[in-house]
Design a protein around this ligand. Structure first.
Ligand SMILES: *Cc1c(COP(=O)(O)O)cnc(C)c1O
Length: 397
């Protein structure tokens, strides 16, 4: 791809970024569903292996379709390089493993996607990495936890499921003061509305399973960052442990990227309207939406996000019973723990995604019995408004 693809608007990058074509000149990206590559001569094989010829060797390391996805994502994110993975969790694990060794220290925000918290709280300590969990919105807590020997700080913003906003630029400054990398899980904000690298983060990870696919079809993930770090730390880990993305999934995700900005913009416009509708209901005690002025960190949200994104959290006054009656009454909105999908999806975190989190820790995270998480889809907003209004009426029992 031409070097100037970095100057394009995101919409253009999403359609053309990273594209390479075979000699057939196909319009749509080809799926190179091959695990390996053949060499014309023994000398060519030798050159491929010693790096004199940068071509492909084996699809666990790199694959032409996967490379198109990686290069499109890197161009979109303004990253020097990216490595795609089989799932979002493989990307989180890869990014953190590539940042630390036994004896190192990692600081992470408490409000993390469940499996991310497992990696930080359980898995890393098993390999001699000490970890500290902090309230991500409290900069003094980050300041107190980060110390010489801290090699990575990890956060998501907005957080799952209570949509807290963490000050990425401020945490980046604290991390850099001791030479640590800041790794940001940017799933909830999407690359359309938030650019962590521009705010000072060193590494961005995505679960491509969410908005990037956006149609509920396949798993995928990506780690994006500086080329030297990707080449020296991330690539050997991928090569030798194999969390690699399937070329077929890379193709599905390339198709997803073509419409990412259109989908996320529409979902966000609908989310802003539905958040207002929910806030007006007397069945709802609290609406949390980063695009609303009553979000506890509305100023910070405006500073680091370009819009409120596609997720709403809200608390039913009638607790679990009302939340269940509301969910069961929905006709268009489906119940699922996925998010970022074309279909609107509602989740009751306390009994599903966060069921395994101890009640005390749940309370600390603000996950009450009446809390619902709502991922706004691509249905017509008028139809969604009717569906929500009927479910709010039914929630009163
Ligand atoms: C879904 C998700 C992940 C994990 O991604 P998978 O593709 O399901 O492995 C990580 N972080 C966040 C914030 C997520 O929403």
């Amino acid at each position: 791809m031409s070097a100037n693809d970095r100057d394009w608007h995101p919409d253009t990058t999403l359609v053309h970024g990273g594209t390479t074509r075979s000699p057939f000149g196909e319009t749509s990206e080809a799926i190179f569903l091959t695990q390996g590559f053949v060499y014309g001569t023994a000398e060519a094989a030798e050159a491929r292996f010693n790096g004199d010829d940068p071509g492909f060797v084996y699809s666990r390391y790199a694959n032409p379709t996967v490379a198109m996805f990686e290069n499109r994502m890197a161009a979109l994110e303004g990253a020097e390089a990216g490595i795609a993975t089989a799932s979002g969790m493989a990307a989180v694990n890869l990014a953190l493993m590539a940042c630390c060794k036994a004896g190192d220290h990692v600081v992470a925000a408490k409000a993390l996607f469940g499996s991310c918290r497992y990696i930080v709280e359980t898995l890393l300590p098993r390999f001699g990495v000490e970890t500290t969990l902090v309230d991500g919105t409290d900069l003094d807590a980050w300041r107190a936890a980060i110390r010489p020997g801290t090699t990575a700080c990890f956060l998501e913003s907005p957080t799952n499921p209570t949509l807290e906003i963490i000050d990425i630029a401020a945490v980046a400054d604290l991390a850099h003061a001791v030479g640590a990398k800041l790794v940001v899980d940017n799933v909830f904000a999407t690359p359309i509305w938030q650019s962590p690298l521009a705010l000072g983060a060193d590494v961005v990870i995505y679960s491509a399973t969410k908005h990037i696919d956006g149609q509920g079809r396949c798993l995928g993930g990506i780690v994006l960052g500086e080329k030297d770090w990707i080449d020296d730390e991330v690539m050997p880990f991928v090569k030798h442990t194999g969390p690699s993305m399937s070329p077929f999934n890379a193709w599905v995700l390339l198709k997803g990227l073509e419409t990412l900005s259109l989908r996320v913009e529409r979902q966000t416009t609908s989310a802003a309207r539905l958040a207002d509708l929910l806030a007006e209901s007397d069945a709802v005690s609290r609406v949390i939406y980063p695009g609303r002025d009553d979000h506890p960190q509305a100023d910070l949200a405006r500073r680091q996000m370009r819009a409120g994104s596609t997720m709403i959290a809200f608390e039913m006054k009638g607790g679990k019973e009302a939340a269940f009656r509301f969910s069961n009454a929905l006709k268009i909105v489906k119940m699922s723990n996925n998010l970022g999908d074309a279909r609107s999806l509602v989740t009751h975190p306390a009994t599903t995604t966060h069921q395994s989190v101890a009640e005390e820790a749940r309370a600390e995270l603000g996950i009450g019995a009446g809390l619902l998480r709502f991922s706004v889809g691509l249905e017509h907003p008028d139809d969604l408004a009717v569906d929500l209004a009927a479910a709010l009426a039914a929630s009163r029992g």
